[in-house]
Design a protein. Structure first.
Length: 537
């Protein structure tokens, strides 16, 4: 037996997992660095180096970007399964994203939109295929039983990168400007690609292209019957409602275009189930049902980059303690908010009690808003050992929930995080005072627990139930549900300004999560039956 295989037999996890762990860490460093400052950059003034967009336009672009960045994995997964293989697809995707982040560092709307397109295409090649490689590593009988915990470990890498990046973003944009912050995201992505290439030898066995079967649609048909109609439907959705109805259907032309464009892709995945061989039909059907239910999770979860970022910016007490503020100021990690009594509308001081304001012309030192984006990944890193330990303890007692049941738990807990924010609004007169940072910290704690129950388990479920030749394509289906949910997150965040009582906004999120949880619980008996038919839990 080769030495590297002898070493792996002593471990619970394959060595390739750690290569993917660090690759994803650096990729997510770049992705979440960009996402953490994206909304802030769009609403900042042109004089300060921002885009100068309105809050409504910002939310529209935010949701459309997040929707498209997780729609393209359908294409990237398909090409990897049939043509490119997983490793080559990941390298192509990483390089495209690096170019996109660096492009965002250049001023002007032309660079802005072209760069977003590069990131959207790059994520399509990268995201489904690295997640598929993780699952393929556990096809080895030595590691098969540890697949769920393997995905939890992989997920920790995602969140270490997401935690660290916001400190880099704050330093770069406070001291050097927006462009340097986006450039740092590009450097992180390049490090991720180099890490992946350096450990590629440990992934060879997991990178196997699967030939299409007679019941599978050919690439030519998929491009002709799915991708081309997707573009056509998107264009029609953008143009027709306002032309014939005089108004949009889902709020903005881009919302209409995105949701109409998803229709051919959804039809394709439905036909994938209807045309499947009998031994594959139940597994694909179960996955599609779960994909539908978790759309709401992503719709609520990804408001962290929009509605919750605005909550942190406008309604949260971000003042640093004196000692910490002075130290942070020396290393360029604090924001200065100068008090001008004649110009407080729209500034940090607009809802800060007079007693807490400094003398005119003086400044308060504030935590940079993007640092609040590190709270969620912090909790994920802290809670991952706890969640893995809970599942392990229940497994030893033969009481571990099935993977679909874990996902249902995650959905419900996500709803509870919205109730924390309802309490924050109820406990604070947000028009006249700032809310404590602890409300956001605790809300992120709750949603992070729900995320750990749901997101890595969803990746694991796709790996377990997919026919081997369709794993990356169905991983693209998981990201399609993420895509639709992300677009909805932008649509929901766009409603923020319309809620005079912000508690009602968060109650809406809670109600959506409860509804999705109830739907999944109605399906849980059938889903567990499908798992048992395949000898899984």
């Amino acid at each position: 037996m080769p030495n590297h295989l002898q070493a792996e037999t002593k471990n619970k996890h394959p060595r390739g997992l750690y290569i993917l762990f660090f690759t994803e860490l650096w990729e997510r460093f770049g992705y979440y660095l960009m996402l953490g400052i994206f909304s802030l950059y769009m609403i900042d003034t042109v004089q300060n180096g921002g885009m100068g967009f309105s809050p409504e336009k910002k939310s529209d672009i935010y949701g459309t970007y997040l929707g498209l960045v997780y729609l393209t994995p359908f294409i990237g997964g398909l090409l990897a399964d049939r043509v490119l293989g997983y490793r080559k697809s990941i390298i192509i995707g990483g390089l495209l994203m690096a170019c996109g982040y660096i492009g965002l560092s250049m001023p002007g709307t032309q660079f802005f939109y072209i760069s977003l397109l590069l990131i959207i295409l790059g994520n399509g090649f990268f995201k489904p295929n690295i997640s598929t490689l993780v699952g393929n590593l556990y096809n080895d009988d030595r590691f098969r039983a540890n697949k769920d915990s393997g995905y939890n470990i992989f997920y920790m890498g995602i969140n270490i990168g997401a935690f660290v990046c916001n400190f880099v973003a704050a330093y770069m944009r406070n001291n050097l400007g927006w462009g340097w912050a986006f450039g740092a995201a590009g450097v992180g992505m390049i490090i991720g690609v180099l890490t992946f290439i350096s450990g590629s030898k440990h992934l060879v066995a997991a990178d196997i292209k699967k030939p299409a079967q007679k019941e599978d649609m050919s690439l030519a048909k998929i491009f002709g019957l799915v991708l081309l109609p997707m573009v056509v439907f998107g264009v029609l959705g953008f143009l027709l409602p306002t032309h014939f109805l005089g108004h949009t259907i889902f709020g903005t032309p881009s919302n209409d275009a995105f949701l109409f464009g998803c229709i051919p892709v959804i039809i394709f995945y439905t036909s994938l189930w209807s045309r499947a061989a009998p031994e594959d039909k139940n597994g694909i059907g179960a996955l599609l049902a779960v994909f539908f239910c978790v759309i709401i999770f992503w719709a609520v979860f990804h408001q962290n980059g929009d509605a919750l970022t605005i909550w942190a910016k406008d309604y949260t007490n971000r003042e640093m303690p004196a000692a910490l503020g002075n130290a942070a100021d020396k290393i360029g990690m604090a924001q200065h908010a100068t008090y001008n009594p004649d110009q407080i509308a729209g500034t940090y001081y607009s809802n800060l009690p007079a007693a807490q304001r400094p003398e005119p012309g003086k400044s308060l030192l504030l935590y940079s808003t993007e640092l609040y984006q590190s709270i969620n990944p912090f909790w994920v890193v802290v809670l991952t050992p706890v969640v893995v330990g809970i599942w392990g303890m229940l497994r030893r007692r033969k009481k571990e929930p099935s993977t679909p049941a874990k996902i249902a738990i995650g959905l419900f807990v996500t709803g509870l995080s919205a109730l924390v924010m309802v309490a924050a609004v109820s406990a604070t007169q947000i028009g006249d005072e700032k809310a404590s940072s602890w409300w956001l910290i605790m809300s992120y704690c709750v949603i992070s627990f729900g995320e750990l129950c749901l997101s890595p388990m969803g990746l694991s479920l796709v790996s377990k139930l997919s026919p081997p030749r369709l794993t990356s394509l169905l991983m693209g289906g998981w990201f399609l549900s993420t895509s639709v949910g992300n677009k909805l997150s932008g649509m929901l965040s766009g409603l923020w300004e319309g809620f005079d009582n912000k508690a009602h906004f968060f109650l809406m999120n809670f109600g959506l999560c409860v509804g999705a949880t109830l739907l999944l619980l109605m399906l849980i008996k059938w889903l567990n039956k499908v798992m048992l038919e395949k000898g899984l839990k």
